[in-house]
Design a protein around this ligand. Structure first.
Ligand SMILES: Cc1ncc(COP(=O)(O)O)c(C=O)c1O
Length: 396
């Protein structure tokens, strides 16, 4: 019996080696990776630049000092993040939920600084923000919350892409200080915010002096063909939590602030022992520099298009959604079994929200590898659709 706590329904496969977008299991079987450890392995596996930088970090003898001292790599990472986000200040932590926890604290502090004693934050149905008490309370999934009540208060939930619902809240709720949105919902099933909707939200934030907080933990860092989804909409948010792909596999989180959120946190308001440690910061700097130098934003847009147009030819997909290398194919039935079938076919994918096949490949995937993803996935989806109860009923 394994002593690992049983919090995940794990597949019986262990990957022990990786190169580019390829993985090998213990038996030596080779897999094409269209998931990147859930949007984490931006540069794929064994990228020579990342390897070299991390080895040099080890050679220096320093993996951790403390935020009690200056950390030059942290300053370099923050400069790069400020440049790509267009924002001003970066708080480093170690995961997505921590980045979001920091964002929620920034919003509350912003509210208190403005005399709002019980600040509230607008959040979206089907959003996923993490599993700490505050972030699971912000999350729009009863499955994530059940059993952990009482929830943290101060969240007002509205449906995604419904501007009128937010206008109603703006009119009636004087405690709201921020809108918190995952502009493309990942765990919720690759639900894409309309760009007009995002601009509408931003307009309301401007008028009401609320913070616009864009959770780009999964959809950010180049996956959609731009660094961040809000850049497709053409405005700057006030708070951007990041994690996952930011260090290409080394655990890291970052809460980036600008605009109205700039200067809200003062010394003593927040902290993290490991946050911004030299090991993770080396990986952040190298990941961002490599994305730039290898043109991975354009690559994500291009290869994403190859995969989407390939999938659009397949019968059996109810709806195809996403941007760049963040792709969801919704099927008519719950389709969790496809994960195992794909593994058998040498392909790593995920199913989220019961019936959405989710692809989040490394940004280094080539067009030819993108076509291989479609070649391996298409027969599985076709066969699944053909044996689904609906298809069987239609055939009768
Ligand atoms: C959009 C989003 N926010 C936050 C999180 C939480 O990140 P972590 O698992 O690193 O705490 C996730 C994780 O899936 C996510 O997709």
């Amino acid at each position: 019996m394994s002593h690992v706590m049983n919090t995940y329904a794990r597949q019986p496969v262990a990957f022990v080696r990786g190169e580019g977008v390829w993985l090998w299991d213990e038996a030596g079987k080779k897999y094409l990776d269209a998931l990147a450890g859930i949007a984490v392995n931006t540069l794929g596996y064994g990228h020579p630049r990342l390897k070299k930088a991390l080895l040099a970090r080890l050679e220096s003898g320093i993996l951790h000092t403390s935020n009690l001292w200056r950390i030059p790599d942290q300053e370099a990472a923050a400069d790069r993040i400020a440049e790509i986000t267009g924002l001003d200040e970066v708080f480093f932590c170690n995961s997505g939920l921590e980045a979001n926890e920091a964002a929620i604290k920034v919003a509350r502090k912003y509210g208190h600084d403005r005399g709002v004693a019980e600040p509230a934050i607008i959040v979206m149905e089907k959003a996923f923000h993490g599993r700490s008490l505050a972030t699971l309370s912000a999350t729009g999934s009863r499955k994530v919350q059940a059993g952990f009540e009482p929830l943290v208060s101060g969240f007002v939930r509205v449906p995604l892409n419904d501007l009128e619902a937010v206008r109603q809240v703006a009119e009636h709720n004087k405690n709201v200080v921020a809108i918190f949105i995952e502009p493309i919902q990942g765990e919720g099933g690759i639900n894409v915010s309309h760009l007009e909707y995002l601009r509408g939200l931003k307009e309301i934030c401007e008028r009401k002096e609320w913070l616009f907080m864009s959770d780009e933990v999964q959809c950010g860092l180049g996956r959609t063909g731009k660094w961040f989804v809000y850049q497709h909409a053409g405005f700057l948010p006030d708070v951007v939590p990041l994690a996952k792909g930011l260090a290409s596999g080394v655990p890291v989180g970052a809460c980036v602030v600008g605009g109205r959120a700039r200067g809200v946190f003062k010394p003593g308001n927040h902290g993290s022992t490991f946050g911004g440690n030299p090991l993770a910061m080396t990986a952040v700097v190298t990941t961002i520099d490599t994305i730039k130098e290898e043109g991975l934003l354009d690559n994500a847009a291009r290869v994403g298009e190859v995969i989407r147009s390939g999938l659009s030819q397949i019968a059996g997909i109810a709806e195809l959604r996403g941007m760049g290398l963040m792709i969801g194919a919704e099927l008519a039935q719950p389709c969790g079994e496809l994960v195992r079938q794909a593994l058998d076919a040498g392909l790593v994918i995920n199913v989220t929200s019961d019936n959405v096949v989710r692809l989040l490949p490394p940004l280094v995937m080539s067009e030819a590898e993108g076509r291989m993803v479609v070649e391996r996935l298409a027969p599985l989806i076709r066969a699944f659709a053909e044996r689904s109860p609906q298809a069987a009923a239609a055939a009768r």
